[in-house]
Design a protein around this ligand. Structure first.
Ligand SMILES: NC(=O)c1ccc[n+]([C@@H]2O[C@H](COP(=O)([O-])OP(=O)(O)OC[C@H]3O[C@@H](n4cnc5c(N)ncnc54)[C@H](OP(=O)(O)O)[C@@H]3O)[C@@H](O)[C@H]2O)c1
Length: 347
């Protein structure tokens, strides 16, 4: 049933004992977990760092403590539990929205795994699955973009942002991106954004009005939340779609629904990836598209940082302080038999 690890063996993992700042992320030795019925143990080669990990760590999204953070990973199936038929020891797999990936080994339900195709590394899979499928949901399902649509993408040089800009362009939209620095503006343009606005310097709603001849955009994909919400509504055309999918600057204040009327019969949704991949067929379709686009070179991936588990606090600090563009990864220390990737730092 198992190739390495197993009862009595220990592994390195990041643990949050009490919610708090990045210093709440401590490396500990934990027992290697055993897969139960329908579960699989993955030897994690790369764990994705996502904003949701910050919300778990800080307690904004409460989790029972102590817990191992991280909800995204990729690696090799190391052991399978009873009744698992879909995957075998040695298969290369990735997964999202499964708590506990900042660890050397992670037990996940077999029916939540996606196969990582030949030619896609574990690092690439852990870098693209969560943010790529989020971008896929937003651009293809939440507000399905078509030729001629105008879309405003906030934090366009961020992890989701860079992927969303590329997918929106694939679907024929005109893309307006917002970023905080000239360097991020360059990256957003490289990803395909038609216009980039430095929202730290200019009122982006005014810029959108100017750039669209006063018409506004069809959709705003807003991951920034509190700081951008109101001006995002002002950027929309009547009957436009406000897609509020994140809160990097803080949660959006409760709102009076009359606001949607005042801004022109707007639609408002607050989508979550979990609800767009709950169905296994949908999960496989979205992951399949993302991997295919990556393999065909239609989607390019920017890995900003790949740090060892011991530097999880630094990874969070960088993401929270707006210092990253693209993906942040944690690479668990590779110990004992089984080999795999060696810990690496930098780009
Ligand atoms: N709904 C879902 O299912 C789902 C799934 C994935 C991600 N998300 C959300 O999408 C957002 C982006 O996630 P990500 O992992 O791709 O992160 P990210 O965009 O790479 O990083 C956050 C970015 O937000 C911008 N930002 C603006 N104001 C900020 C502030 N006060 N503090 C920090 N950042 C600020 C920064 O870009 P600039 O420097 O250019 O302003 C920063 O780089 C997060 O809110 C996350 O929760 C939601």
């Amino acid at each position: 049933m198992q190739a390495e690890g197993g009862t009595g063996k220990m592994m390195q993992a990041v643990v949050v004992e009490r919610p708090g700042g990045p210093e709440a992320l401590a490396v500990r030795e934990l027992p290697v977990p055993e897969p139960g019925p329908g579960q699989v143990r993955v030897r994690v080669e790369a764990a994705g760092v996502n904003y949701i990990d910050i919300y778990h760590r800080s307690g904004l999204y409460p989790r029972e403590t102590p817990f191992v953070p991280g909800v995204e990973g990729a690696g090799v199936v190391d052991a399978v539990g009873e009744g698992v038929r879909e995957v075998r020891v040695g298969d290369r797999v990735g997964y999202v929205m499964q708590p506990g990936s900042y660890a050397r080994y992670h037990v996940v339900p077999a029916d939540r795994l996606v196969a990582v195709p030949e030619g896609v590394t574990a690092e690439q899979a852990a870098a693209v699955l969560l943010q790529g499928m989020t971008a896929h949901c937003l651009a293809c399902s939440t507000f399905p973009l078509k030729e001629g649509h105008r879309a405003l993408v906030h934090a366009a040089a961020g992890g989701v942002g860079l992927l969303l800009v590329q997918i929106a362009k694939m679907r024929g939209a005109t893309v307006y991106g917002t970023v905080s620095t000239e360097e991020k503006a360059r990256l957003a343009r490289e990803a395909g954004a038609d216009e980039v606005i430095l929202y730290t310097e200019k009122d982006f709603a005014e810029e959108i009005a100017r750039l669209t001849g006063g018409e506004g955009v069809d959709v705003v994909y807003d991951s920034v939340g509190r700081a951008t919400f109101e001006a995002s509504l002002r950027s929309l055309r009547p009957r436009g779609y406000m897609v509020s999918y994140g809160q990097s600057s803080g949660p959006v204040e409760p709102l009076d629904v009359q606001l949607l009327n005042r801004h022109g019969s707007l639609f408002l949704t607050r989508p979550s990836l979990a609800h767009y991949v709950a169905d296994r067929r949908e999960l496989l379709e979205r992951a399949g598209d993302i991997f295919t686009w990556l393999q065909e070179g239609r989607l390019s991936l920017r890995i900003d940082q790949a740090l060892p588990l011991e530097r999880a606090a630094e990874a969070h600090r960088l993401l929270e302080s707006r210092a990253t563009s693209g993906k942040v990864l944690l690479i668990p220390e590779q110990r004992g038999a089984g080999g795999g990737l060696s810990g690496k730092t930098g780009r």
